[in-house]
Design a protein around this ligand. Structure first.
Ligand code: PLP
Length: 399
């Protein structure tokens, strides 16, 4: 069935001649007009549209506080800085994540401690968490991989038992629900990404949601130079030009140009997730009997998967090729794929500075060698998806 991209996407759906990317944002005419209106308004950095976007995020997520930021990396960094880590303090996460998760732990002065993941969800294996806790542990950072929630009850139970904060890396997971509750509406801290390949985008951008009032005030200062009043409050009609610096801060604010896009992306998000879910379920159905693939599996607890990524594992023996050869073969056939992610503990920096080595996290390492992200985006048609399957059939010489 041929489908129009949701929200009247500006980019046409791929034909057989075109390269089919693994991801492509759907940007509505209204969003483009809002960005133009922002550009014409005379106020393009943090201001009224960012304030509206934060209010809309709070409503959508039922979150007590939401701060719009320049990226999710900025959000992770701020959340970790709020822990006031001392040398040797540890933060627990997993190797199946983007480098930003581990990098920000180090940049905030902490030591990353890793636990292995579950083989079919790629999420933190909560049964291994208790063994990783030491007197130096300060926080747990689970990743809701591909938009599938981690078993948060298990993670928060351990955190409460040991007095630890939980910082959820929800970069993949805006719109994800755990046991009927949307991420952001409960728990300590969540960090979302609005990078262009995520479920909604602001170009680059991110947001942090949290419950703690004092922490929210502190992060609000840290996000913008430690200034007690942002520019919009100073240069507006009722503003006062003076400000005080109450702590040294960063430049992690979101611009109104970004928020203009975000206001409309957020409205479209649930529709995007519906289409992503249809495509993911269709992949599951079309590929279920292929020996070349091990497909991702859902956990037993109730959840809504946001389907940021569809990430099967290639079975190299049955496929007659490894993951990298598969990706190269698909590219030749005009199909883009993605690699999310290679296990982070094996990057040179982490091996050299924290002593991680091959064999430390065997489940993550197997996934790291075999994982591949197939094309998945809301404007993708069933015909586009059929092209992906046909290209695979050709590549695997499958009849
Ligand atoms: C798991 C995870 N955490 C953090 C990030 C960082 O997000 P951003 O690019 O918005 O800084 C990403 C981005 O891909 C991610 O996948």
């Amino acid at each position: 069935m041929k489908r129009e991209p949701l929200g009247q996407a500006t980019t046409p759906s791929a034909t057989t001649e075109e390269f089919l990317p693994f991801s492509r944002p759907s940007i509505s005419r209204e969003a483009i007009e809002e960005v133009v209106a922002c550009l014409e308004s005379g106020w393009i950095t943090t201001g009224p549209r960012t304030q509206r976007f934060e209010a809309d995020l709070k409503t959508y997520l039922s979150a007590p506080h939401a701060l719009a930021l320049s990226s999710a990396t900025a959000g992770l960094h701020l959340a970790l800085l709020a822990l006031d880590l001392k040398p040797g303090d540890e933060v627990i996460t997993t190797p199946m994540t983007f480098a930003a998760t581990l990098n920000t732990i180090v940049l905030a002065g902490g030591r990353p401690v890793l636990v292995d993941v579950e083989p079919h969800t790629y999420n933190m294996d909560a049964t291994r968490l208790a063994h990783a806790i030491t007197p130096r542990t300060r926080a747990i950072m689970p990743i809701h991989f591909a938009g599938l929630p981690v078993d948060l009850d298990a993670v928060y139970a351990i955190a409460q038992q040991h007095g630890l904060r939980v910082i959820e890396d929800a970069a993949h997971a805006i719109g994800t629900e755990y046991k009927g509750k949307r991420l952001g509406s409960f728990g300590d801290v969540q960090v979302f990404s609005f990078h262009p390949n995520k479920n909604m985008t602001t170009g680059e951008g991110g947001a942090i949601t949290l419950r703690d009032d004092a922490m929210a005030s502190r992060l609000g200062l840290l996000r913008f130079h430690g200034m007690d009043r942002e520019a919009w409050d100073r240069f507006g009609k009722k503003g006062n030009q003076h400000y005080e610096i109450v702590m040294p801060g960063f430049k992690y604010n979101m611009m109104d140009i970004q928020a203009a896009l975000g206001l409309h992306q957020l409205k479209a998000l649930d529709g995007f997730i519906v289409r992503r879910t249809e495509l993911a379920q269709r992949y599951q159905k079309l590929l279920q009997d292929w020996p070349q693939w091990t497909l991702p599996r859902a956990p037993a607890f109730a959840h809504r998967h946001a389907w940021h990524l569809f990430v099967p594992l290639i079975n190299p023996d049955a496929a007659g090729m490894d993951r990298d050869a598969f990706m190269a073969g698909m590219k030749v056939r005009n199909i883009g794929t993605g690699l999310h992610y290679r296990a982070a503990h094996l990057y040179p920096y982490y091996r050299d500075n924290f002593g991680f080595k091959h064999g430390d996290f065997p489940v993550a390492e197997t996934i790291s060698d075999r994982i591949v992200s197939l094309p998945l985006f809301p404007g993708m048609t069933d015909a586009d998806q059929d092209r992906v399957i046909d290209a695979m059939r050709d590549l695997f010489k499958k009849s």
